[in-house]
Design a protein around this ligand. Structure first.
Ligand SMILES: Cc1ncc(COP(=O)(O)O)c(C=O)c1O
Length: 395
């Protein structure tokens, strides 16, 4: 039987023609028409003051951290349940990540814990919108205002998601998006930074352009460009931007396809979840999400691993997600220890992502649901729960 993948990059059809057009134009660099067309698309679609495309969300986060003007000893509050890039960006600037716990229903920051972690050294909060569902941005904005903190939204999962009508990435000081091959829309490797505070735009352009004022020179605002700041090379190539632009044309279609898959799983797994005690993702009021990831939370680590192996035997890919940063080698070096973040620690080990991409047909989704059902009904029941888990643990 045909294997069912977790992710699959999907094209819309215009990608090749646009890449070919760029190749013929000779305008291949980061400061090129195709890159600026994509930036404009985001600015106009989401009402952002300024958008700069980057080669990755990692690059966007690094640029964001540089723009925050952090110093040695500054603290940045972020979830531990996130990608290492979230923390790397701020540590490169000498800041210390302070890990906050998450809510078990959304896997997003627990704002009560965030508020309790604010100290005189705190400079920023990094809400990561897991699976494209927004963090409680109203509360995070309040906390940031009360403590005079910057907010850097890690919206790697959240392109085209909204919170009370606002696009994710547009509510913080800065927002960072990913267009990596596994993301909802993709150009292989790619990202963007949303600059929501106009006073940061000039420096952002300089840092992105290897520390020079080349962007101002291109606009005819100065007669030559020179070294102005300690920047880097964060822009993507025009060929990547061409793929991205083709994908942006179909973004609503892509979100609709993901939301359909999401609703299918939710609807068809509801009764099973109640019967067998696993939970389905929840979407708080006011969050309009992009359906990027569908996950379930099993009742134990062992059950999660057993189900994952069972699905694998049926040719169905599934995956865990982030290993909490505070339990990693670097996290331990920072002084974190097990027990610090009980919800993170108790939940990530039970989380399993199911296949979710626009190439899935209804019969694929039926196969996934049937396989989960047969795991619970045939394999796991019959008074043989422990034996089934032991079987799959050994496999
Ligand atoms: C939450 C989060 N932040 C940042 C990144 C890094 O994104 P990129 O691969 O575009 O650098 C990822 C990657 O998956 C991510 O999941």
């Amino acid at each position: 039987m045909k294997p069912i993948q977790l992710h699959e990059p999907c094209t819309f059809g215009a990608e090749e023609a646009l890449v070919s057009q760029v190749l013929k134009s000779g305008d291949w660099g980061g400061d090129s028409a195709m890159v600026h067309i994509c930036e404009k698309w985001f600015e106009e679609s989401y009402g952002v003051s300024k958008v700069l495309l980057t080669h990755s969300c990692t690059g966007a986060l690094e640029l964001a951290a540089l723009l925050c003007g952090l110093e040695e000893g500054d603290e940045v509050i972020m979830p531990s349940f996130t990608h290492p890039s979230t923390a790397n960006a701020f540590m490169r600037c000498g800041a210390k990540p302070v890990f906050a716990d998450i809510r078990a229903d959304t896997m997003n920051l627990d704002t009560k814990h965030v508020a309790s972690l604010c100290t005189a050294q705190t400079r920023a909060i990094v809400p990561m919108h897991y699976a494209g569902v927004s963090c409680e941005m109203n509360r995070i904005l309040e906390i940031a205002k009360a403590h005079d903190l910057q907010i850097i939204e890690d919206a790697a999962h959240a392109c085209h998601s909204q919170y009370h009508g606002k696009a994710l990435g547009t509510m913080g000081t800065l927002g960072c998006l990913s267009f990596h091959a596994t993301k909802l829309i993709s150009c292989g490797e790619g990202g963007a930074i949303f600059i929501n505070e106009p006073h940061l735009i000039e420096r952002a352009e300089i840092l992105l352009e290897k520390g020079t004022n080349r962007a101002a020179f291109r606009r005819g605002e100065c007669s030559y460009y020179e070294w102005k700041d300690i920047g880097s090379s964060f822009a993507p190539s025009a060929m990547s931007a061409a793929v991205l632009f083709a994908q942006l044309q179909g973004i609503q279609k892509r979100v609709d396809a993901h939301r359909q898959i999401w609703s299918y799983y939710l609807h068809h797994l509801e009764a099973l979840a109640q019967e067998h005690g696993f939970s389905l993702p929840s979407v708080p009021l006011g969050c309009d999400h992009n359906g990027y990831i569908f996950y379930i939370i099993l009742s134990s680590h062992e059950e999660r691993d057993a189900l994952s192996k069972y699905l694998d035997e049926q040719g169905i890919a599934s995956a865990f997600h982030f290993m909490p940063l505070h339990e990693s080698e670097v996290g331990k070096m920072l002084g974190s220890k097990q027990g610090d973040l009980p919800v993170t620690e108790g939940t990530y080990v039970k989380l399993l992502r199911l296949p979710c991409h626009a190439g899935l047909m209804e019969e694929d989704l039926e196969r996934v649901v049937d396989a989960i059902q047969s795991f619970f009904q045939t394999v796991k029941t019959a008074h043989n729960v422990d034996a089934a888990i032991a079987h799959y643990e050994k496999a």
